[in-house]
Write a protein that binds this ligand. Structure first.
Ligand SMILES: [Zn+2]
Length: 147
C-alpha cells in the first residue's frame, strides 16, 4: 500500500467526536465530562476512564487554552498535507477542562515565537466543517516575534 492509498486523517469521521465538531461549528469548545466524578476526559469514550461511569455529558468551556508542547512539521507523512508544510502541531491544555490535552494545529504564529504556556484560543473563523479541522492561534498576537 502506498501512502496515496492510505486514508487521509482529514477524511476520517468518528461519530464519538461529532459533539466536538458541532460545538466548533457554533463557536464553542466542548469536551466530555463524567456526571459521576465530574472529571473531563479526552478523547470521547462511552465510559469514564476514571470511575467507569456511563453518564457522560459534553460541557462547554471558556475557549482559552495554553500550549503544553509543539513541533514544526517540515515533511508531511500524508500527501494530503503537502501544501501545508511547514506547519505547527500543538498539544493544548485547558484550565476549564483539567486533564484534557488536545492535539491541533497552531496558526498565525511563527514557530520561534511559540512558548510553553502561551495562551491560545480556537480559530473558529477558520473552522472548516467539511474537514473537521479546528486550529488554534495565540490569544493575542505576540510582539517582537522575531527575537
Ligand atoms: Zn467518572
Amino acid at each position: 500500500m502506498t501512502i496515496d492509498e492510505m486514508t487521509s486523517a482529514a477524511d476520517i469521521a468518528i461519530d464519538g467526536f461529532q459533539p466536538f465538531w458541532d460545538a466548533a461549528a457554533s463557536g464553542e469548545l466542548r469536551f466530555p465530562a463524567c456526571c459521576t466524578c465530574e472529571r473531563f476526559h479526552w478523547y470521547p469514550m462511552v465510559r469514564c476512564p476514571y470511575c467507569n461511569g456511563s453518564d457522560i455529558e459534553w460541557k462547554s468551556i471558556k475557549p482559552i487554552g495554553s500550549v503544553y508542547s509543539w513541533t514544526v512539521v517540515q515533511r508531511p507523512f500524508d500527501t494530503a498535507f503537502k501544501n501545508w508544510t511547514p506547519y505547527i502541531v500543538g498539544l493544548i491544555e485547558f484550565i476549564g477542562a483539567p486533564g484534557v490535552r488536545l492535539i491541533t494545529n497552531l496558526v498565525d504564529v511563527e514557530p520561534q515565537a511559540i512558548q510553553f504556556s502561551m495562551t491560545v484560543s480556537p480559530a473558529f473563523d477558520l473552522y472548516d466543517t467539511a474537514e473537521s479541522r479546528l486550529m488554534f492561534r495565540p490569544k493575542e498576537m505576540p510582539t517582537g516575534s522575531n527575537q
